[in-house]
Design a protein around this ligand. Structure first.
Ligand code: GAR
Length: 195
């Protein structure tokens, strides 16, 4: 299964995937796509010898589909991709696209909920638990079917930054498990951390 990973920033989830997937896995990262030429994730891709593409206009489907077709992409992973994916792409990749979100969806999702904003909201609401969610991507932001989650405690003295670090550590285990499970069928499927 040829996987495209889409990133807007740092790319630590991309790096976790590249480190975790081995030659025996049926999934291979074939392409890294970004909407930002300066995204750290592109540098990680180059270091690992993975092809990269920067979208001039991430809001239109044409360019996406051209890049995806040119690289024979079977499956898309959004790993810190902070733009809405055009409907043409979600339609074509229905059941073949996942996103990782740094909270326990359906709580703390939706537009504007990314990065530290999410962890601020979790702390402000007094939640005792947070975590990460991998879900299927549909046209509706953060609302596709939940496929797998990992939980972490929220500690009394947590800051958004300390909570983000705890959640990120489980994201780095959750996303490879999701991709490995999907590679068995070529479809986004429910999975556990042991996959
Ligand atoms: C991750 O925490 C990911 O869950 C989050 O962006 C971060 C990207 O980090 N995504 C969202 O908030 C999507 N709504 P990374 O670039 O180091 O992988």
């Amino acid at each position: 299964m040829r996987v495209a990973v889409c990133v807007s920033g740092r790319g630590s989830n991309l790096e976790a995937l590249l480190r975790s997937l081995g030659p025996d896995d049926r999934a291979r990262i074939a392409l890294v796509i970004s909407n930002r030429a300066e995204a750290g994730g592109l540098e990680i891709a180059r270091r690992h010898g993975v092809a990269t593409a920067v979208l001039g206009n991430a809001a239109t489907g044409d360019e996406w589909l051209q890049v995806l077709d040119a690289n024979a992409v079977d499956f898309i992973v959004l790993a810190g991709f902070l733009r809405k994916v055009p409907a043409e792409v979600t339609a074509r990749f229905q059941d073949r696209m996942i996103n990782i979100h740094p909270a326990l969806l359906p709580d703390h999702g939706g537009p504007g909920m990314y990065g530290l904003n999410v962890h601020r909201a979790v702390i402000a609401r007094g939640d005792r638990e947070s975590g990460a969610t991998v879900h299927g991507v549909t046209e509706r932001y953060d609302e596709g079917p939940i496929l797998g989650q990992a939980r972490v405690p929220v500690l009394p003295d947590d800051t958004p930054e300390s909570l983000a670090a705890r959640v990120l550590a489980v994201e780095h285990r959750l996303l490879p498990a999701a991709v490995r499970a999907a590679a068995r069928t070529g479809r986004a499927v429910p999975f556990t951390l042991n996959d």
